[in-house]
Design a protein around this ligand. Structure first.
Ligand code: 48F
Length: 264
């Protein structure tokens, strides 16, 4: 059989268009394919929730493949090791309660499992705004090609509708910043604003991240480092258990919202 370049091109564009259109009316839209966003996507998709991640970069993984200061190993604590086991990631006990894993293996495995569970990841797409109704609920996301944003081109975006949005954009907590800046509303945080992340304190940060993973505005959940950045928690550096546990918890919070009867 002779290979035809145009057939290859049609196969790619037609498949992409079909999948992108399917992503326009979904149950869970996640901003950011870091460890928290991808873990959330895995648990949501596994529960049969129509889930899509939009990721600005070329490659998924966020801060995980970089390990600690480019030493590409991560550490997880006892509480999160089961999650890495579930993703098939090999861990090694370094000292009692401290487990190491290859950061590239870990981020690849979480990504693969999330996709195989049924989640879709669109890379190279940036979230530049949210969609609202009556200024009291987030109903979707406004997207553009990352290349358009990087080039500073004046090109209008497209929108997708979702029952819940998860801000898993990491330290920058970009979706929450958009909501506060453009809607001028108060979040369900102390004082109603974005409290900002505090300096490194791994023990407290890893504990706080779970309680900080919650709905901060109707239809909007924060997960991962965005949860601590929005709710005023410290950073934790290259220990990743909190990110995985936060992603799992965000999925549970999202499922409760999605399954709530309309109008209640
Ligand atoms: O930063 P990131 O890995 O967030 P996370 O899942 O994990 C945090 C850790 O990596 C690390 C840490 C661990 O202890 O503190 O920092 O909370 O992944 C966030 C992803 O969101 C993407 C960004 O490219 C990254 O891959 N992102 C950020 N803003 C946008 C976005 C946006 N506006 N649209 C789409 N993607």
């Amino acid at each position: 059989m002779e290979l035809d370049e145009v057939t290859i091109s049609r196969a790619i564009t037609e498949t992409f268009m079909k999948e992108f259109q399917e992503a326009m009316d979904i149950e869970a839209a996640i901003g950011g394919a870091g460890p928290a966003g991808m873990a959330a996507a895995y648990y949501l998709a596994k529960a049969g929730i129509k889930t899509v991640i939009f990721e600005r970069s070329l490659r998924p993984g966020g801060g995980m493949p970089g390990g600690g200061m480019m030493f590409n190993t991560i550490v997880v604590q006892e509480e999160a090791r089961g999650i890495l086991d579930e993703f098939g990631v090999r861990t090694r006990e370094y000292e009692k309660g401290y487990y190491t894993a290859d950061s590239v293996e870990a981020s690849s495995a979480i990504c693969l499992k999330a996709i195989q569970a049924g989640a879709k990841i669109f890379n190279l797409i940036s979230i530049e705004d949210v969609m609202i109704r009556k200024n009291d609920r987030i109903t979707g996301l406004v997207l553009n090609w990352s290349a358009v944003n990087l080039a500073g081109l004046h090109v209008d975006p497209l929108s997708i509708r979702s029952k819940v949005v998860i801000d898993a954009t990491g330290h920058a907590s970009e979706i929450c910043h958009i909501v506060v800046n453009k809607l001028g509303v108060k979040l369900m945080t102390e004082g109603g604003g974005i409290l900002g992340e505090r300096s490194m304190w791994a023990e407290i940060a890893e504990r706080k991240i779970i309680e900080n993973t919650r709905e901060v505005y109707p239809g909007l959940i924060v997960a991962g480092m965005a949860a601590n950045a929005v709710c005023g928690g410290p950073r934790m550096g290259p220990i990743f258990g909190g990110m995985l546990l936060s992603g799992k918890h965000a999925a549970e919070v999202a499922m409760k919202i999605i399954k709530k009867p309309a109008g209640s």
